[in-house]
Design a protein around this ligand. Structure first.
Ligand SMILES: *Cc1c(COP(=O)(O)O)cnc(C)c1O
Length: 368
């Protein structure tokens, strides 16, 4: 981790996005932001106070993430999507002891949670996950009612919710999402007064019929659209910006080349700046010769191959660019060419991967 690279996280943008989501879902629906993978690289350390204040719980992927939230002093609802390893009794016990809501998706998972509850001497809290078409974790919808009944018979385990996860809510064609939704609804009559939830960001943004009792948006909280198919109809504000400084500026003659593989040839006498960020810091190598950074508000194209810890940018058209000047690597302006969504498109990936990779490699700082 390089301390001189900083991801600035905008508190006002997070507040704005949460207010937008609250506006969509209304008062009766709970908001459980998904904060897995260090808030998608945005930094739990800086975001925790804001999110704890504004939301009704947290969704995390792994047991360590759930336990870390308790260590921060959070006493509210935490839903953990993945289970502890079947032979890791220490973590299984800790999850029960700390009252983390665990996900049950099979009878064997139920048995190990029940065993932990007996060891700890405290009832375990669980939500049942139903696979309605994602084909990943979850009990097949056809066996869900049976498993609900089995859990109800198990005195040490409290079933408090039932949920599913959409595979294609962020695609233009919603047909598969509606199939999943119908299947999910078909088991709900057996769920009594359980908390039912299904919606990720894409569904939260424009599929009100998926809200049920709670929504689980992740990427929308951080201000990005899941994919290009989901239009920013609500006006989310990206919260992450990444800045570095120029550490060298040099002249390159017309016809000279630069970087590994000498892939970039200068077609005019040029000025080139060196920026101390590379793929080792999470800046994708396949943005080489494609992306831009911004210096003094102007675009500086990435020229040559992105190295592990540095890259070169063309500053010929920014004559006053000099060593020490600020380089905006990622812009939080959704219309900027170096916004997360545009970089994701150029790199052939999704915004999630851009923020996770960069965010894990730098310091986070909360800004207004
Ligand atoms: C990651 C995740 C979410 C959030 O997805 P986004 O597309 O970021 O909104 C919701 N539910 C589950 C089970 C997840 O794993």
């Amino acid at each position: 981790m390089k301390n001189y690279l900083t991801a600035s996280i905008s508190e006002s943008a997070v507040r704005h996005n949460i207010a937008l989501i609250r506006g969509l879902i209304g008062d009766g629906v709970k908001l459980c932001p998904v904060v897995k993978d260090d808030c998608y690289g945005h930094g739990m350390d800086v975001l925790y106070p804001v999110l704890a204040e504004l939301t009704d719980g947290f969704g995390v992927a792994s047991p360590p993430e759930a336990l870390a939230l308790r260590e921060k002093g959070y006493h509210g609802f935490i839903l953990c999507f993945l289970s502890a390893y079947f032979d890791d009794f220490k973590v299984q016990d800790e999850l029960v002891w700390q009252e983390i809501t665990q996900t049950v998706m099979s009878k064997s998972a139920l048995a190990s949670i029940q065993a932990a509850a007996i060891r700890v001497g405290k009832p375990a809290k669980v939500h049942l996950k139903v696979d309605t078409g994602m084909g990943r974790l979850g009990v097949p919808a056809s066996q869900a009612v049976d498993l609900i009944n089995t859990i109800h018979e198990c005195a040490e385990v409290n079933l408090t919710g039932v949920y599913t996860h959409f595979a294609t809510a962020d695609e233009a064609d919603r047909a598969d999402t509606f199939k999943q939704l119908e299947l999910f609804k078909s088991i709900l009559p057996s769920s009594g007064n359980l908390i039912c939830h299904a919606a990720n960001s894409a569904a939260t943004i424009d599929l009100a019929e998926t809200y049920f009792d709670m929504v689980r948006p992740g990427i929308a909280v951080y201000g990005c659209n899941a994919t290009e198919h989901v239009q920013n109809i609500v006006g989310l504000r990206p919260c992450m910006s990444v800045k570095a400084k120029l550490i060298a500026v040099k002249h390159m003659r017309k016809g000279s080349r630069s970087g590994y593989g000498l892939t970039h040839e200068y077609d005019r006498d040029s000025r080139v700046g060196v920026v101390p960020i590379g793929y080792g810091d999470g800046y994708f190598r396949n943005l080489s010769n494609k992306a831009v950074v911004r210096i003094h508000g102007s675009d500086a194209p990435v020229c040559g191959i992105v190295s592990m810890d540095q890259m070169t940018v063309d500053v010929t058209d920014i004559p006053d660019a000099k060593v020490g000047d600020e380089v905006e690597v990622i812009s939080s302006d959704p219309a900027a060419p170096n916004c997360v969504e545009n970089l994701a498109r150029l790199a052939g990936t999704i915004p999630y991967e851009i923020t996770c990779h960069l965010g894990h490699n730098m310091r986070h700082q909360l800004v207004g």
